[in-house]
Write a protein that binds this ligand. Structure first.
Ligand code: ADP
Ligand code: MG
Length: 450
């Protein structure tokens, strides 16, 4: 009988997978997965969308399964499930492995451990945390909207979802959505002529939690729709909490009227954690995982990993898994070895190189699950066209090849088409973290092969 929860098992597995796969790969495909449930012979992994599920199933299945078998000491099959609870109710496992129906918070896709209780407070986030607690306990009565901004991995989503958990516990109707999901839902609602449903869904909530609103910037119609949703909720005293990677003034893509509304309530930031907070976070995480790690090792990690909290947590997982693989005691030296290993791998991954065109084309095609001939041929469907443009970008970046050369390599395309494709991807990259990751991924495959 499995006594550990699916969540804990999967976190251990992620620690090991971080060592086995490259960093860009881990970030793109594994970082946002969670352990959903664990039965006798099946382990269900929650993934953010079907694309990730598909990718993992095709490309990383055996390594995932092997890692799980190693941890659980029994034969187990891995399967993937999209954990957007709105469409399909998510399942939660008990310590005995059976599946129980989703609770309100999992139906909302709130991460079970993103609560105030597990949020470590330090100088970098004290104000943001206090303000979040205030609005969670008195929605609509204090700061409205509450606008939280800060860099990646600093705890914005954690705080936002903590507000969600508290709101639900107080019997409020809560809606958590990312800027990207809001955009997708809006587009689908327009296409399927379901705007009335969309409106009533968003305008009937007591607390609207909008994560990563920067995604909506520049998408005029979505922004307009959000503007009206905002007004309606605000006018009727409902709480709105927004997170963003920048301050309202720093996102010029938003209309002035929306930016000014963001400043109606309270704007607070989350900064990078100082050394004390980093230590406290590592200590809390080690305790939560039941890992017995000596203070010198924790200090070593806290001193050397300063980027953000997500990286900090990832580094701890990595160090623990590294020591386990080598079957050795955890010491600062082992931590140093575990972290250097990764750092040098990552460096190699981003090193600009002049690549052989056929290899670039092959790597790009593979990453889109197409063949090189698809890219050099005449197929014009969206996916193939995008893959071809990505290949152009990779060949052109760093001026490795001329437009004419690239055109030739890609089956005789003329230089102006090539130039157009290059600029198109360059533009896309600014607004699509997904595409950015994909490119890094391909780049890394190429670096490893060279
Ligand atoms: P963001 O949304 O700002 O990119 P997240 O909220 O996703 O960052 O946080 C990244 C990771 O760091 C999460 O696993 C989160 O639980 C953890 N984390 C962030 N801030 C804290 C904190 N103050 N205390 C404990 N864990 C934290
Ligand atoms: Mg976030």
């Amino acid at each position: 009988m499995e006594l550990r929860s699916a969540q804990t098992i999967w976190e251990t597995a992620l620690g090991e997978l971080q060592i086995q796969v490259s960093r860009p790969n881990y970030r793109t495909w594994l970082e946002k997965t969670i352990g959903l449930s664990c039965q006798e012979s099946e382990f269900i992994i929650g993934v953010p969308n079907t694309f990730v599920a598909e990718y993992l199933r095709k490309n990383q299945y055996s390594i995932i399964e092997k890692t799980l078998i190693n941890i659980m000491h029994r034969n187990i099959r891995a399967s993937f499930k999209v954990y957007s609870g709105r469409k399909s109710q998510r399942e939660t496992n008990t310590s005995h492995g059976e599946i129980i129906p989703a609770t309100a918070s999992s139906a909302l896709r709130l991460h079970p451990s993103y609560t105030f209780a597990s949020f470590v407070v330090g100088n970098c986030n004290r104000l943001a945390c206090a303000a979040s607690q205030e609005v969670a306990h008195h929605p609509g009565h204090s700061y409205n909207p509450l606008f939280i901004y800060g860099g990646v991995g600093l705890g914005k989503t954690h705080l936002l979802q903590a507000i969600g958990h508290t709101g639900l516990a107080g019997n409020c109707q809560v809606l958590y959505v990312s800027g990207e999901e809001f955009t997708n839902e809006f587009v689908t609602a327009v296409r399927d002529r379901k705007m009335a449903d969309f409106r009533s869904r968003y305008r009937s909530t007591d607390v609207l939690l909008m994560d990563d609103i920067q995604f909506i910037g520049g998408k005029e119609q979505t922004e307009e729709c959000f503007f009206h949703t905002f007004n309606e909720l605000h006018n009727s005293g409902r709480q709105i909490v927004i997170t963003c990677d920048k301050t309202p003034e720093e996102i010029p893509k938003f209309s002035a009227r929306l930016r000014s509304r963001f400043e109606w309530g309270l704007v607070v930031d989350i900064k990078k954690p100082d050394i004390e907070t980093r230590r406290a976070i590592l200590k809390a995480k080690a305790e939560r995982d039941g890992a017995d790690i000596n203070p010198a090792t924790l200090d070593f990690i806290a001193e050397h990993v300063q980027e953000n909290i997500r990286t900090l947590e990832g580094s701890l997982n990595r160090v623990v898994a590294y020591a386990k693989l080598l079957n050795t005691m955890l010491t600062p030296e082992i931590a140093a070895a575990a972290l250097t290993d990764i750092a040098s791998k990552a460096e190699k991954a981003v090193k600009p190189d002049r690549f052989i065109p056929s290899r670039v084309i092959e790597a790009v095609a593979h990453s889109f699950q197409l063949s090189p001939e698809d890219l050099t041929g005449r197929k014009r469907d969206r996916e193939t066209a995008l893959a071809r443009e990505v290949a152009v970008y990779m060949l052109r970046k760093g001026n490795s090849f001329s437009l004419a050369e690239i055109g030739r390599e890609l089956g005789g395309r003329n230089p102006s088409t090539v130039s157009h494709a290059y600029h198109k991807i360059e533009g896309f990259l600014e607004s699509s973290p997904y595409l950015k990751q994909k490119l890094q991924d391909i780049h890394e495959v190429l670096s490893l092969k060279n």
